[in-house]
Design a protein around this ligand. Structure first.
Ligand code: HPA
Length: 268
């Protein structure tokens, strides 16, 4: 299947400096792509349909600040009923078409009490609380090792370079935090959030970790940005809602876009 996916994509797009997976409500970056080529997931053999709200379901290829980008506008989640290996399949495809750098983004609940809704945070490490792994099953050594190293799942060097560029160009730096994956689709309970905080998590969400594991398997350099759209369950008295998540992600999209554009231009 992968040969067919790669053949179709290579017939439509050229070289890529950075691939970016866009999280819930963060799809507006796709409007920033110059000379865009849009490819609906339904045209790509092997790609699933993106059923989650706020996920468009298309690849967008073009340039941002003169760098060649491949945006995945809409990702797949395990809570949609998809197997972890299918959720991570696009990352295997990215590697096969020559991508070397991957930026993953998501909307997340804030566990760390000093975080505020709307804050953007670099993901420095992850906790896989889904206990599912996209690499389960036969391994193809040509793609990556059976037991991939995960001692630096996100690139510290890339985070440092990105923060230097943000400081120089926007007079700001992003904090870093640990992202915990929960399966969803129900949001967490207050007791689960207390547990995650005790275990060292700063953000919580329902995505991204399968793609990060696959990227480490195939040897892509990864950077990750969480948009803290809400304080996690139990931190505030109010209930959580998808509307709040999408509204906050939308409301910070111009800052998100500025930050991502600087990272693309200066570090990719
Ligand atoms: N929990 C899980 N996923 C999320 C949250 C949350 O609080 N906010 C945005 N995505």
């Amino acid at each position: 299947m992968i040969e067919e996916t790669v053949r179709v994509l290579k017939s439509k797009i050229g070289e890529v400096d950075v691939a970016i997976i866009l999280g819930s409500g963060l799809g507006k970056l796709a409007h920033q792509v110059e000379d865009p080529i849009r490819i609906s997931y339904s045209e790509i053999p092997g790609f699933l349909r993106s059923t989650a709200p706020g996920h468009a379901g298309e690849l967008v290829y073009g340039t941002i600040n003169k760098k060649r980008v491949l945006l995945m506008n809409g990702r797949f989640h395990m809570y949609e009923g998809y197997a972890p290996k299918d959720v991570a399949y696009p990352v295997e495809v990215m590697k096969a078409i020559g991508v070397k750098k991957l930026m993953v983004t998501n909307a997340a609940g804030g566990i760390k009490l000093s975080f505020v809704p709307g804050q953007l945070v670099f993901i420095k490490d992850v906790i896989n609380f889904s206990f599912r792994n996209p690499l389960i099953g036969p391994n193809d050594e040509k793609i990556g090792p059976r037991f991939p190293d995960m001692s630096q799942p996100l690139s510290n060097e890339w985070i440092e370079k990105a923060n230097e560029a943000l400081y120089k160009n926007m007079d700001q730096k992003l904090e870093t935090g640990i992202y915990a994956l929960m399966l969803g689709p129900s949001y967490e309970t207050p007791a689960e959030i207390k547990m995650l905080r005790k275990l060292g998590a700063d953000m919580v969400g329902m995505s991204t970790v399968p793609e990060i594991i696959k990227a480490n398997h195939v040897g892509l350099e990864v950077i990750g940005i969480s948009c803290v759209t809400n304080m996690a369950a139990g931190v505030l008295k109010q209930p959580l809602s998808e509307k709040e998540v999408l509204d906050v992600a939308n409301s910070v999209s111009s800052n998100f876009i500025s930050i991502v554009k600087i990272i693309i231009e200066k570090t990719c």
